[in-house]
Ligand binder design. Sequence first.
Ligand SMILES: [Zn+2]
Length: 385
Amino acid sequence: MRHYPTQHPVETRTAVRDLRTLPKAHLHLHFTGSMRPETLLELADKYGVHLPEALQGGEPPKLRATDERGWFRFQRLYDMARSCLREPEDIQRLVREAAEEDLRDGGRWLEIQVDPTSYAPRLGGLIPALEVILDAVDRATRDTGLPIRVLVAANRMKHPLDARTLARLAVRYRDRGVIGFGLSNDERRGFARDFDRAFAIARDGGLLAAPHGGELAGPFSVRDCLDDLGAGRVGHGVRAAEDPALLARLADSDVTCEVCPASNVALGVYEKQEDVPLRVLWDAGVRMALGADDPLLFGSRLAAQYELAREHHAFTDEELAELARQSLRAARMPRPLLDELLADVDAWLAADAGAPDDAEARGVAGTLSDRESSADAATPAGRSR
Ligand SMILES: [Zn+2]
């Protein structure tokens, strides 16, 4: 599907709308990576974990993951942070705070991804770990009003048989909030097709396939996600910009790319923000859902991704609203809620750009309890697109 041309540009005013009140879905957020830096410091203190200097300052560490050493360092920091999540109450706190941060940023739907394997040793095994996580998600949704769903993500560095086990587990918990199956870690290792059986299990079980591709590796890795794993969404996918034929294919498909502009620069995929090919993807008609990836390590959250699109890629408010709609449409949410949130995006755009405070007062806080009940009452509309 192509973007509709803008017929009535309203971008003549100097004031801009508040992007924190633009309703959006957050579809690319990793579990530990969603942690607040100050929470990490408190948990490290609680367990006597000595954090590396890069994680102590509350400032995002300098990373460069385009070579293997840099990626290894990134993973090591991630593992250190994860080692501070030990008890169910830590998991609950993490999810609740992630929900609070997203709500503050205009997030109205969250799909968070997690590999329960990493938490299993401290939480009594794979199944108890996933149950602790799903309980925390339920509780956070109840407490904050933000609907949250889970993607179980396999690790590409592990054996494909492990991924199959995870896929079966994910399908088993489909009625408990698991909506998708992912594949993360270094795209340069192994082949996507090694994980085709795991993804077939997930898809046959009704889950969305959402592997990472087109971040550390080039267009071929996006193609592999589509051809070998039946991806319905691609984590990142930005490197598709290097291949016009692939861009056209994505644009003509139902696939949405979960683009994370701050992450791309933080990890050195692109040198500077202007180099992230947001415009290339947009102009080609590729659908995108902006995401924060790992705010703990990259230093910015959901609304900041839209700010980057505005500041560095010259997206107008109308285009930003369309980006938000794309995120909502790519989410696995019930149809009535989708319709409601799309109407809220229209209202955001229709509101006077000069009065963000009004929009804020009217928006997020007042509608949370309604949102929760409508999300609960709605029957999941199988995404037909
Ligand atoms: Zn990611």
